[in-house]
Design a protein around this ligand. Structure first.
Ligand SMILES: Nc1ncnc2c1ncn2[C@@H]1O[C@H](COP(=O)(O)OP(=O)(O)OP(=O)(O)O)[C@@H](O)[C@H]1O
Ligand SMILES: [Mg+2]
Length: 234
């Protein structure tokens, strides 16, 4: 296992239109090579965030679990079908039946992902509603999933999102090592899991290093290059 990448919902979908794939969906998915070794995570985008928001899933909910799950599963199927067209042995992994959050700790059966990769498959896992015992179902973001995997293995971790982290003048920030260095420029669409700000906070809290870059830089990242913004604690 060499990589874990997250294809952002902001890249795969049009976050301003519910359940709509983006124009770049195909190009981004096609960038992942046939010999990719690792896990692919994807966000919920305009498939999962709107129903999750309607049902308050970010805080814990007993309604909307199935609706949200089915919506993200539809996106997962689109991703897998496209990867399969490119000869990647992609397999769906659904957090609703694979993960839980207990006292704030995320439980993922990582050994299962690892075994799939060792057998030459590519697990494709996504943001989803997961059970939090006694508190209903909560949104587990693709960002959290990526970081759980990245913290456990010594692999390259990349967020392919709307683009790198920008300053308020629109210039790339090459390195972020504290929240003070991040200007929150807001979001273009619904995001129940906190958008770019939460992504950066979680990377810093995880103690791992990850890069955030746009779709055009995915190929460079997968070829061993260092595009976009490096996020890591000093
Ligand atoms: N300083 C910043 N630099 C870059 N993007 C920023 C910044 N501040 C806020 N953003 C917003 O963050 C958004 C990307 O985060 P978002 O959570 O929407 O993407 P994602 O995680 O790829 O998608 P998803 O959560 O659906 O997987 C961008 O659309 C942008 O508007
Ligand atoms: Mg997000």
């Amino acid at each position: 296992m060499e990589y874990v990448i997250k294809l952002g919902g902001s890249v795969l979908t049009d976050k301003s239109r519910e359940k709509t794939l983006s124009e770049s969906f195909g190009d981004v998915t096609d960038t992942i090579p046939e010999d990719y070794s690792g896990t692919v995570v994807h966000g919920a985008g305009s498939f999962g965030h709107p129903p999750a928001k309607r049902h308050g899933i970010s805080e814990g909910s007993h309604t909307g679990v199935l609706e949200t799950h089915r919506a993200v599963k539809d996106l997962n199927r689109e991703v897998i079908d496209r990867l399969r067209e490119n000869n990647l042995k992609a397999l769906p992994v659904h957090p609703l039946s694979f993960a839980s959050i207990q006292d704030g700790d995320i439980n993922l059966r990582l050994s299962q992902l690892e075994a799939m990769v060792q057998e030459g498959f590519t697990p494709v896992i996504h943001g989803d509603g997961v059970i939090t015992p006694q508190k209903g179902f909560k949104a587990l973001s693709g960002d959290d999933i990526l970081l759980e995997i990245a913290s456990r293995y010594d692999i390259r971790a990349g967020f392919c999102s709307s683009g790198p982290v920008l300053d308020s003048d629109g210039n790339i920030i090459e390195k972020v090592s504290s929240m003070e260095e991040f200007p929150d420029l807001g979001t273009d669409g619904t995001d129940v899991t906190g958008g770019m700000k939460a992504k950066i906070r979680k990377i810093l809290e995880s103690g791992t290093e990850a890069r955030i870059f746009g779709p055009k830089d995915l190929e460079t990242f997968l070829n061993g290059g260092d595009p976009g913004t490096q996020v890591t604690r000093p």
